[in-house]
Design a binder for this molecule. Structure first.
Ligand code: BES
Ligand code: MN
Ligand code: ZN
Length: 508
């Protein structure tokens, strides 16, 4: 998608449609001015159109000198927030995709007033608009063909795939620079998020550990950062016992990818991002029930987020070093699989009793966390993982669980969560929970019983960062794939990409 910014008068744009944000409070005012400008009938706007969040109404201009073919008004709800703006833009884009329009504008002539109301910079508003538009356009259709129809009907012609071409942000001279810079960031973040959603939505037969490593390599090649992939032999040499243990049941070899973006100048900081890359989680010998098991193709969401975040750092040339670590494997039962009760020796040397083979994410993360800390001495380590069903029970699909030993990092992530619309909620890491993961036979056990499942998982991970003082764990099991039991967008949300982008962009 191309994004352009213009300060030319709205009526002069040859567009298939132009979108307007309409908050409840200024519904009448906007109706009147739109009527004067475009000659769209305002009665619907005053009556039927309530301007609730998600409301959309398509109107057809009557004025001859008004060039856009359609006026689409979008309900903002009670008041402007970055999230409301993003959602509005997404609603518009989804409609545009349905209507198969390819060149569309959004009216941002009032961006100054919107930014003042939200108390944010104008660039953030423009960024949210572009991100939202990209989100709303997104559709996973790679694996759809028209073969059913073609077999029935020899004359059937394949419809050309819909491709949106250009989004025009229409603003005023004073705001041009801010809109341009925000749009640029929005484009980078939005397209990275779409790439990440594609990786996550890919079924497991299209997304093995090798495929995931290749996706990282492809991103590194395209955007100029270094990607190193360890194969099974190298992983064995490194004695990454957690990753190897989970991989025992599999015929697909594991991979461990290191994505390294180093800025050209002196780096202000080094940030390690660690992502859970379980390409399919059957549970292993502690097998999961079959209902909705297919959703477990999304168990590499954390890994995909990490690829997206390093890609964004590279594309925006951020002044920090960002290193991604992706341990990847599937989790399968077989004659060679690990059994419950088995004891593994992780990369750190810490021994783990595998009480339940379905608590596999923490086993592969254990190796990656220690490796990141010991080999790179990063200033901060952030891991992302679809780690526990318990976190979904606690926070639902709306927020990720945040666990950290560092208040400053907590503040950074919480703030970024609000701005990006990918919210996190802090949970405790009190040592009281340690007794739940004590093992009779090893240093630690990979389950902690029914109570506080998300917390005991985090306490487990904490063992593997040793004395590191700035570690955060994000349990994204709920928001990353919200189709599981919730309404709204189907499949992957790409949750985490915008959050990480915001944290990295503001690192200091
Ligand atoms: N990948 C799952 C967690 C998950 C559950 C993600 C639902 C998304 C939606 C994870 O590997 C898992 O199976 N966790 C177990 C841990 C338990 C065995 C201690 C769980 O949450 O049930
Ligand atoms: Mn599992
Ligand atoms: Zn899992």
């Amino acid at each position: 998608m191309k994004v352009s910014v213009s300060k030319a008068a709205l009526n002069s744009h040859a567009l298939e449609a132009v979108g307007f944000f309409v908050p409840k409070s200024s519904k009448e005012k906007i109706a009147t001015s739109l009527n004067a400008l475009a000659g769209v009938v305002a009665t619907g706007l005053n009556g039927d159109f309530k301007a609730n969040e998600g409301d959309l109404l398509t109107l057809y201009p009557q004025k001859e000198n008004f060039n856009p073919k359609r006026v689409i008004i979008l309900g903002v709800g009670q008041k402007f927030t970055l999230d409301a703006v993003r959602k509005c833009a997404a609603t518009l884009a989804t409609k545009i995709r349905e209507m198969k329009l390819t060149k569309v504008g959004i009216d941002l002539t009032e961006i100054g007033a919107i930014a003042t109301e939200i108390q944010e910079e104008e660039s953030y508003v423009a960024q949210a608009v572009v991100e939202g538009f990209e989100l709303g356009l997104y559709d996973y259709n790679k694996l759809k063909t028209d073969r059913v129809q073609a077999l029935k009907d020899k004359k059937h012609k394949k419809e050309p795939a819909f491709e949106f071409k250009e989004l025009v942000l229409i603003t005023v001279a004073d705001s041009l620079k801010a809109v341009e810079s925000g749009a640029k960031v929005g484009e980078v973040v939005g397209s990275a998020q779409s790439m990440v959603r594609d990786l996550i939505n890919s079924p497991s037969n299209y997304m093995t550990a090798t495929d995931l490593a290749n996706a990282a390599k492809a991103s590194g090649k395209k955007y100029g950062y270094k990607v190193t992939v360890f194969d099974k032999k190298k992983i064995q040499q490194l004695k990454m016992g957690g990753l190897l243990g989970v991989n025992l049941g599999s015929v697909e070899p594991p991979t461990f990818s290191v994505l390294d973006y180093t800025p050209s100048g002196k780096a202000k900081a080094t940030i390690a991002l660690v992502g859970k890359g379980v390409t399919f989680d059957t549970g292993g010998i502690s097998i999961k029930p079959s209902e909705n098991m297919g959703d477990m193709k999304s168990d590499m969401s954390g890994a995909a987020d990490v690829i997206g975040a390093v890609e964004i750092a590279a594309r925006l040339k951020l002044p920090i070093r960002v290193i991604g670590f992706i341990p990847a494997t599937d989790n399968k039962p077989s004659g060679t699989a690990q059994n419950p009760g088995d004891v593994l020796t992780t990369y750190s040397g810490i021994t783990v009793e595998v009480d339940n083979t379905d608590a596999e994410g923490r086993l592969i993360l254990a190796d990656a966390l220690t490796y990141a800390k010991e080999e790179y001495a990063p200033d901060a380590i952030i891991d992302l993982a679809t780690l526990t069903g318990a976190c979904v029970i606690a926070l639902g699909y709306q927020a990720a669980g945040l666990f950290t030993n560092n208040d400053e990092l907590a503040e950074k992530l919480s703030k970024a969560g609000i701005r990006s619309g990918e919210k996190v909620w802090r949970m405790p890491l009190w040592d009281d929970y340690d007794k739940q993961i004590k093992s009779e036979v090893a240093d630690v056990k990979n389950t902690g019983g029914r109570g506080a499942g998300a917390i005991t998982a985090a306490k487990f991970l904490e063992k593997f960062i040793g004395d590191h003082k700035a570690w955060a764990h994000l349990d994204i099991a709920g928001p990353s794939f919200p189709a599981m039991g919730s309404s709204g967008a189907k499949g992957s949300s790409g949750f985490g990409v915008r959050l990480l982008a915001e944290v990295l962009r503001n690192w200091n």
